[in-house]
Design a protein around this ligand. Sequence first.
Ligand SMILES: [Zn+2]
Length: 258
Amino acid sequence: MKLHLRCKWNAAAMLLAAILSAPLLANDNRLIAEYDRHIGPELAPYVALLEREDGIPSIIGFINESIPFNAPVILKIGAEDGPLFDPQTNEIWMPVEFLAEIDRRFTSANVVETQEELDDVVLDVVMHTLLHEVAHAIIAQFSIPTLGKEEDAADNLANVLLLEYVESGNYITLNAAEMFALEDEAVDTYESADFWDEHSLDIQRYYTTICHVYGAYPDEHAELVDEEKLSAERAETCLEEYATISYDWLRVLEQISN
Ligand SMILES: [Zn+2]
């Protein structure tokens, strides 16, 4: 797994903010983080990680510069369930245990070498997850037609924002894909619930996500064309698939900003 630089997205976020309408920067309909003060001491290192400048402050800054909301959205860090978006309350729930789970999966898979790298990977997966939940929020708030599984549409928005506007967003997206692959590896046998779940299977989310990375950066990510990852035939279709989802999502963002 490649190490990558974080927190270089300000220029890209400003570019997106310039594309979107100026008024959204001036209104109060923003994502706001609230920490539950009853988070157990065993989770304190993860809270400290989230509170890092390149953690929640940067992620929320990017979201508020990139995404219009038509009501305030509260990000409840330390919620007892989730990650999820609740359309009744306009809350995104992010349990700190989710960070512990990311840590556990990457650590036991031996795919990271240093604590610094692990911390970055955890924040990458958190960022992708928050962008996914934000997609649910704007789909609900603006009644955006999804024409397919909303869960897939939410993954698509997370991928597009990272791949279009965040420096090293391709590596952040690949780390998010790796989390799906690791979740899939934990599955021994599929049950009916896996198939009727509103989400695509983790392994499908993995392949779709790396397909989008290839679609956005075919020259930089030729290594993804591999029979174990994307066949040459599938990789070819990823170019058009990614072009379509990025065009569609950016057009939607432009429309709801006006
Ligand atoms: Zn979702």
